[in-house]
Design a protein around this ligand. Structure first.
Ligand code: ASP
Length: 302
């Protein structure tokens, strides 16, 4: 039984590609990479790859990561400039070296050595991104994260993001950080996050979620507990949590998600479905409504 889940409605195209790979007996790793690659190259998605949000200097600096649930090998790149598809660099790092994370110019040099196509920075920046930057408009940010289970029981996860609009130069969020933005172990499950990276990192959301599933929790129980605990822990220590959202999948392909705000939705497709389903998520705890715990919203999406 194959299964695929990814963050935000713009990942519908990711899920369609992932489903095609898995339906044809392809590998979980290829499903997440090919699906995310497409979104990175789509200039209309404003938070990933080409067309993504710019940093304070008006540069596009991208983060991405992959993890193979069979081997626990990971590859991640941070603040990469001049490449449309950082997820390909992350995969090349995982496949060809013993390293896990490369940053900035080191990641760019490695990508060139691997023959990954380079682009002029200006070709990767859309008019909308430039306008958001000129107006320093809002604090836009989102991440594409995808988890797949293939017919052989192998699991994989990948993430890609431009991070927060107007971020400081060199800022890295949770998305390329193992255990925070993503984690997967075949036979147990996987998780990936989207939201304010600083809050997701300080609560190590993805590893915690997989670890709770390893201890026997269902995806819905695990993901709800992690998001609620992350939020409450930050509050207990005097902080004001920003957006946190997490999706997860267990080794049976059952998925669930949880968030602490009202805007999160995700895409889910599994064997036997004709098309991916976009699922809107109610928060388990609402950061905009007095941190109220909202009971009764957990439950398998399948
Ligand atoms: N987590 C990403 C970051 O902080 C952004 C997001 O997913 O909203 O870079």
């Amino acid at each position: 039984m194959w299964s695929f889940v990814s963050t935000w409605p713009f990942s519908r195209q990711t899920a369609e590609i992932g489903a095609e790979v898995l339906k044809n007996g392809g590998k979980a790793m290829d499903a997440v990479i090919e699906g995310i690659h497409r979104v990175e190259s789509d200039p209309n998605v404003d938070c990933v790859g080409k067309g993504g949000f710019l940093n304070e200097k008006g540069e596009l600096a991208l983060d991405a990561a992959v993890m193979d649930g069979d081997t626990l090998k990971t590859g991640a790149v941070c603040a990469v400039r001049g490449f449309e598809n950082p997820v390909d660099i992350a995969r090349a790092l995982m496949d060809n070296t013993r390293h896990s994370i490369l940053v900035g110019t080191g990641a760019e040099e490695f990508a060139r050595k691997m023959g990954i196509p380079e682009s002029a920075m200006e070709d990767l920046i859309t008019e909308t991104a430039r306008e958001n930057w000129r107006q320093a408009a809002g604090i836009g940010h989102d991440t594409i994260g995808a988890i797949a289970l293939d017919e052989n029981g192998s699991m994989a996860v990948a993430t890609s993001t431009s991070g927060a609009n107007m971020k400081l130069c060199g800022r890295v969020g949770d998305s390329p950080i193992i255990g925070s933005g993503f984690y997967v172990e075949s036979g147990v499950g996987g998780a990936c996050a989207t939201g304010w990276g600083e809050d997701i990192m300080r609560t190590c959301c993805s590893y915690r979620c997989v670890s709770l599933m390893a201890d026997g929790m269902s995806p819905a129980e695990a993901v709800a507990k992690v998001v609620r605990t992350a939020h409450e822990t930050i509050v207990r220590h005097g902080g004001r949590p920003d957006c946190i959202a997490l999706v997860c999948m267990n080794a049976k392909g059952e998925c669930a998600a949880a968030c602490n705000h009202r805007e999160f939705s995700y895409v889910y497709v599994w064997e036997g479905m004709n098309a991916p389903l976009v699922i809107e998520k109610e928060p388990v705890i609402d950061k905009d409504a007095g941190d109220k715990f909202i009971d009764g919203v957990v439950g398998y999406e399948r």
